[in-house]
Each structure stands twice: as structure tokens, then as C-alpha cells.
Design a protein around this ligand. Structure first.
Ligand SMILES: C[S@@+](CC[C@H](N)C(=O)[O-])C[C@H]1O[C@@H](n2cnc3c(N)ncnc32)[C@H](O)[C@@H]1O
Length: 281
């Protein structure tokens, strides 16, 4: 609601008043969700820590990508790495039949707590795992480095793994270990769908022309970030590097890269770039 007011006008409103109006609007929207019976499917707005954007629409959009691009089917075992506060789990509830199973893995306690309280009791095939892995933006007190973390699942356990806006918040060594863990827990023929900010000649040219909304101007080893002090705020990897890390772990790319609008493209499928991989070894 506050976001509908033009920026120039918004700047004239003192920030405590802006915050008050925004929180009041959230309370009204939360109340509408409860009255319409959707209260257990949409978290209270003040708990949503995964970014702006329409919670329901984004979830519905990605369910379409999981099925159409990734070939997800209702009886599969699904792993959601970085499950946040259930944005992707909620639309999967009616989709995954009694035999399908979902596991979410997340480092922010409030996200896992909300999902455990609101989703698992009604849908016991949906499980949420809190892991104490360090991320400067999301879990700065985390005890385990993502580069050393072993996923809490046996080998070849999953048919389909997805990461929506998660590798865009992870450093190269962490990303590389997570891909090797995804390879370990995915059975042969299983798939992984992930989003990225991919650096290639087109996106690099747009970054140089200062077109993207995110300022990817800081160079780290094998990545660009918009924030030197907190690189996990947004991370872009070279496309070739991403392909190579998956290839080394026995994955091949399925279909074309579905490039996103993040860098100012006029033709796009989603906001971030989407890649689908299949485990062939
Ligand atoms: C932008 S949010 C996206 C959340 C969710 N995937 C979605 O689309 O709603 C990024 C998420 O990645 C999680 N995350 C960051 N580093 C992680 C790690 N090493 N392991 C698991 N989750 C991580 C964050 O806690 C946060 O929930």
C-alpha cells in the first residue's frame, strides 16, 4: 500500500510515520487473510524476511517453473534448499500427492518455526529442518560454514531439488559444497532447478551501462556483488563457472537457460535467471 505512493511523495513523509502506515496496512492485509481462511497459508507480513514481492504470486509462478521447466511430478521427493518462510512450500501442498514428500532446509529460525506450526501439522509429508549454517546476511551467528556443511539426508534420497534466490546469496566455496551435496542426495535422473544472477557478455554489458537495479560493481573472487561489506546481499556468478561446477558434480543442463529481467532484459521469463540440471552419473 505504502509502496503504491510515488517515491518522490514517499520521501516527504517522515520515516516513523511511513513505518506506522506500512505496519497498519500489513495488519489489515493479515486480518483479511485470516477472515478468508488463508491465514495458515500466508505468514504475517512482519515475519516475511525473504524480500518484497507478492508471496502468493511468486509461489504460484515457481510451481509453474518446477512442473513445466523441471518436470516435477506429484509423487516425487522434493528438497527445498533455503526454504525461507514457506513461499515455495505452500503452493506445493495441493500438488504433492499423498506419496510425494517435501523437505525444506533453512537457516533462519522464524521461517522454520512458522512452517512447522502452520504447514506440518496439517500436511505431515511436509517437513522443515533448521540448520545452523553461517550466512552474513541471514544467519551471522551460524556455527557451521556452508562450505563444510553436510546435508542431513542420505545419498540418492531426492528426485527434485530447488533453490529459489538462494545461490544469489552464497559465496563460491559455499555454492560449490552445496552443489556437491545436492549431487550426493539426488538420485540418478533426478533434477535440480536453481535461480542465479548469471554473468555473461549480455549481462556484463548491461552492468557496465549501469542498467540493472542492483549495483553489481564490486568484484570478489569468482563473483560480483552489490555490497562489498556484505557480499551475500546479492551475488552474481559467471555463467561458465556455474555450468562447470554442476558439470563436475555429474549434472548436465536440461533445456535452454531461462534468462531473467534482473539486468534490464526486455524479454525474460522471471526476475532471476533459471537453470535446470539433471544428474546423469
Ligand atoms: C531471498 S531468500 C529466498 C527464500 C526462499 N527460497 C523463497 O524463494 O521464498 C534466501 C534464503 O536463502 C537462505 N539461505 C542463505 N544461505 C543459506 C544456506 N547456506 N543454507 C540454507 N539456506 C540459506 C536464507 O536464509 C533465505 O531464507
Amino acid at each position: 500500500m505504502v509502496n503504491n505512493i510515488p517515491l518522490s511523495v514517499r520521501k516527504l513523509i517522515p520515516s516513523p510515520l511511513r513505518r506506522f502506515v506500512k505496519h497498519a496496512a500489513w495488519r489489515v492485509l493479515d486480518a483479511v487473510d485470516w477472515i478468508s481462511g488463508k491465514g495458515h497459508l500466508i505468514p504475517p507480513r512482519k515475519l516475511i524476511f525473504i524480500g518484497d514481492g507478492d508471496f502468493e504470486k511468486t509461489g504460484a509462478e515457481f510451481l509453474g517453473h518446477f512442473t513445466k521447466l523441471g518436470g516435477l511430478s506429484p509423487q516425487q521427493r522434493v528438497l527445498d534448499v533455503g526454504s525461507g518462510i514457506g513461499r515455495m512450500a505452500v503452493p506445493l501442498i495441493p500438488f504433492l500427492s499423498g506419496t510425494g514428500r517435501y523437505d525444506g532446509m533453512e537457516i533462519v529460525p522464524t521461517g522454520v518455526e512458522w512452517c512447522r506450526k502452520n504447514i506440518t501439522p496439517r500436511h505431515p509429508n511436509f517437513r522443515f529442518h533448521l540448520i545452523d549454517v553461517y550466512n552474513l546476511e541471514y544467519n551471522p551467528g551460524g556455527k557451521i560454514q556452508a562450505a563444510d556443511y553436510r546435508f542431513p539426508f542420505p545419498d540418492s534420497h531426492f528426485d527434485f531439488t530447488f533453490l529459489t534466490s538462494v545461490f544469489t546469496h552464497m559465496l563460491p566455496a559455499d555454492f560449490e559444497n552445496y552443489v556437491s551435496e545436492i549431487a550426493r542426495v539426488t538420485q540418478t535422473g533426478g533434477r535440480c532447478l536453481s535461480t542465479f544472477f548469471l554473468l555473461n557478455p549480455e549481462s556484463r554489458a548491461k552492468i557496465e551501462a549501469k542498467i540493472p537495479f542492483l549495483d553489481f560493481y564490486h568484484q570478489g573472487p569468482s563473483y560480483l556483488t552489490n555490497d562489498e561489506k556484505m557480499p551475500e546481499s546479492a551475488i552474481a556468478f559467471p555463467e561458465e563457472y556455474v555450468r562447470e561446477v554442476f558439470r563436475k558434480n555429474g549434472f548436465s543442463v536440461i533445456g535452454p537457460v531461462h534468462y531473467g529481467k534482473w539486468c534490464g532484459r526486455e524479454k525474460f521469463l522471471s526476475y532471476q535467471d533459471i537453470l535446470v540440471f539433471e544428474k546423469s552419473l
